[in-house]
Structure formats: structure tokens, C-alpha cells
Design a protein around this ligand. Structure first.
Ligand code: URA
Length: 260
């Protein structure tokens, strides 16, 4: 019979798993994958995970449009999202991540989707990428609520995708009516589109390396695509371009007479 590993061996094994990226428990109980039958029947969850647009029943995008249109203010929009039951991501998320910063600020930052920290705290951009975002904003005299030049922050998706995978097109499609209404109600003067997912959703284009550094229009507003702070953490040399874009943002806000 195999003996239990001692404390130090168990700790080393755990650290090794963390080094390999297994740094989060995703189930209540451990599963021994060697004991799972090879040809297990397809769990119901896999069927439920199929693109919702192809399933029978009401169209989730139409329902999203309807619910978003009925929301008369930001708290009502948050409540509408909280009661929207057609996005599978909701079931795996701990919290709805709606927004942070000052509603109706002149600058609205739109990121991709919550990560682990955001999911736990229910606020966008609070993890490492968020800390970098805060530092970037402070560098141009901006900040979240309470700052002299406040910004408002949200994401395309309000629920964390499992293992931080990219959002699926159907997930983006059903969240877009909420994002559009969010921008309408927050009514900023400019949008900052953080990263490819935000550009894909709002401009219908990816390729942030080419898109960044140029003002475009999204939802009828001037929009500046920028490198996502998570990308900047992985590629610090790109901070040079990010600094250029931040200065563009500051200049735009000054130009429209909005900076204090
Ligand atoms: N990345 C995002 O795009 N949004 C967050 O809220 C956190 C990380």
C-alpha cells in the first residue's frame, strides 16, 4: 500500500502543481481522473453549453434587447443583467461584475471580462491588470470615483469565463444589447476600448496592434482602442505605445474642455 507523503513532500507536490498552472480548485470535491470511466456519457452540462443561439426556444439576443431597453437607469440595467438567465457563464461565476468608478464620467473604459479577482470582488479591474490600469490612469490625472477626473469602468462580459477563456461569439452577442444600453445610460464623451475582445465587440474588428493609437467611432462616440493592461504585464515593452495612447486620451479630454 502506498504511504501518505510527508508534509514537505506534499507541499512540494502542491507547489509543483501551482507552477504548472493548476492554481485554483474548481470543484467542491477532488476528482480522480484515473478513475473516471473513459467513455463517460455526455453530461447534461455539455449539452447546455452548446451555443444558445442554435437551441430551440426564445432568442437570447432578442430577450437581452428587450430587457436592456426597459432599463431606465444604471441600477435598473444592473438588475436586468442580474435577472438575465440565458448566459451560461452566469452559472459558473461567483458575482456579477457590473461597473466601477463614477457613473456618467466623461471617460468610459470597456474591458473584456472579469478574471478571478474581479469575480470574487464583484468589481471590474481589481486584479493585477486593474492595478496597472489604475497606475496608467493616475499618470494622466484620472482615476476611479473620487478622482478629479473620474472614469467609469465596465467590461463586455459581466461574468467570468471559466479558466479565463476567450468569450464565445454567442456570449458576446447576447451581452451586446446590455453594453449598448450601458453606454447610452452612462453617456460618456469618449470610450476607451481595452484589448481585442472589446474592439471585436464594438468595432467588429480585431488586431489591436494596428487599431491602437487611432481614434475611431463606436456607438456614436469617439473611441480609442488601447493595449489591454494584462497584455502590458506580459509585454512591458508595449508600455511605450500605451503611454502614447494615454497622452492621446488626455489630449482629447482637454480638447473638449473636460479636464480639470
Ligand atoms: N480584464 C478585463 O478585461 N476586465 C477586468 O475586469 C479584469 C481583467
Amino acid at each position: 500500500m502506498e504511504s501518505e507523503p510527508d508534509f514537505h513532500t506534499a507541499k512540494a507536490l502542491l507547489e509543483w502543481q501551482i507552477d504548472l498552472g493548476a492554481n485554483e480548485a474548481i470543484g467542491e470535491a477532488p476528482v480522480n481522473r484515473y478513475e473516471v470511466p473513459e467513455k463517460a456519457p455526455k453530461p447534461a452540462a455539455v449539452v447546455a453549453d452548446m451555443p444558445l443561439l442554435q437551441q430551440e426556444g426564445p432568442d437570447p439576443v432578442v430577450i437581452a434587447h428587450d430587457m436592456a431597453a426597459k432599463a431606465g437607469d444604471l441600477p435598473a440595467l444592473e438588475a436586468a443583467l442580474a435577472s438575465y438567465e440565458y448566459c451560461e457563464l452566469k452559472r459558473g461565476a461567483r458575482n456579477l461584475v457590473f461597473s466601477d468608478g463614477q457613473p456618467r464620467a466623461r471617460v468610459m473604459v470597456i474591458g473584456e471580462a472579469p478574471g478571478r479577482d474581479e469575480d470574487m470582488q464583484g468589481k471590474p479591474f481589481v486584479g493585477r491588470a486593474g492595478q496597472l490600469l489604475d497606475a496608467m490612469l493616475i499618470a494622466i490625472d484620472h482615476g476611479r470615483a473620487g478622482a478629479a477626473n473620474p472614469v467609469y469602468i465596465t467590461n463586455i462580459l459581466p461574468w467570468r469565463p471559466p479558466q479565463n477563456r476567450d468569450p464565445k461569439p454567442e456570449e458576446i452577442a447576447m451581452m451586446m444589447p446590455f453594453v449598448e444600453r450601458h453606454v447610452e445610460l452612462a453617456n460618456p464623451d469618449v470610450l476607451v476600448l481595452m484589448g481585442n475582445i472589446s474592439c471585436q465587440a464594438l468595432l467588429g474588428r480585431r488586431g489591436i496592434t494596428k487599431l491602437r493609437g487611432h481614434w475611431v467611432e463606436a456607438l456614436g462616440k469617439p473611441a480609442l482602442p488601447m493595449f489591454h493592461p494584462a497584455y502590458l504585464l506580459r509585454n512591458p515593452v508595449a508600455k511605450r505605445e500605451a503611454w502614447h495612447d494615454l497622452l492621446m486620451l488626455q489630449a482629447k479630454v482637454r480638447e473638449t474642455g473636460l479636464l480639470t
